[in-house]
Design a protein around this ligand. Sequence first.
Ligand code: APR
Length: 312
Amino acid sequence: MPTRKKIGLIGAGNIGGELARLCANEELGDVFLYDIPAKENFAKGKALDLEQNGSVLAYDSNIRGTSSWADLEGADVLIITAGVPRKPGQSRDDLVAINLPIIRDVANSAKKVCPNAFVIVISNPLDAMVYEYKRVVGAPKGLVAGMAGVLDSARFQLFLAREANVSVKDVRAMVLGGHGDDMVPVLSMTTINGVPASALIAKDKLDKIIDRTRKGGGEIVNLMGTSAYYAPASSAVAMAKAYLRDEKRLLPCAAYLDGEYGYKDLFMGVPCVIGGKGVERIVEVSLTEEEKGMLAKSAKSVQAVVDICKKG
Ligand code: APR
């Protein structure tokens, strides 16, 4: 009877490696770092390096690199980063043609070996990839979520903290909607330890911060030539940990909407409670008319990419 949790990381690239490091460092379970056969040795090498790191940092997680889905048998959690990241000038939606067959391939394999895993999708375009994953696997809605809101909110919180000259620890904010340029930073839920952000930051500055948040991923792609990986990995691990430790955290995640917020059969960022049963519930909060309008615009963009997937 295995007593340790099993965590499958699908994609051993930049985010996959950082995910493995964080999962091991927090001793969330044993880690299987999966990549395609052409990258098997790369995955094995990364895994070995990270295991050796445990001798220095004092963690005991086993970390294995693999290109065999059989190793993922019975995984408790899967975090999917398989696919290609953005290059400068590309939008997340530009990745759909390449990443759609990859997510289908991953979903078909996962369905066979770990159909009961809690699955966190990171691959972009996020809201469409997580939709496609659930469609192919036919998984219950609570067991599949997309990671975007925690990351987008983290970016928003950092920019607010720097502008207000306060600790980032005291900033609470939620970014909802799709993981694209029309995501919805919800000002009515943004506070600095309970103090409305608008009391500390002027409107024109807030508008600039919202704009920078929406383009936050692209800003990093333009600087590095590839997409971000530290904060995305930490954000997904926060979700995985909430599930594995039944933390009941209220986090913005791309969840399957079945009427919530007025949307059906769509994944989009909404406040969710994540605990031992996965996405245990979606919290519906009242939004201002302006925020509802922004959410509708964002949903339309997400739906357009999902429609491309449905045709493809
Ligand atoms: N199965 C498993 N892994 C795959 C598959 C597949 N079918 N196809 C590709 N991969 C692997 C690649 O070999 C690569 O090692 O996915 C890995 C992706 O790693 P990176 O190129 O370093 O990309 P990363 O920065 O980790 O981003 C991955 O997350 O945020 C999103 O937009 C980003 O879609 C991108 C994904």
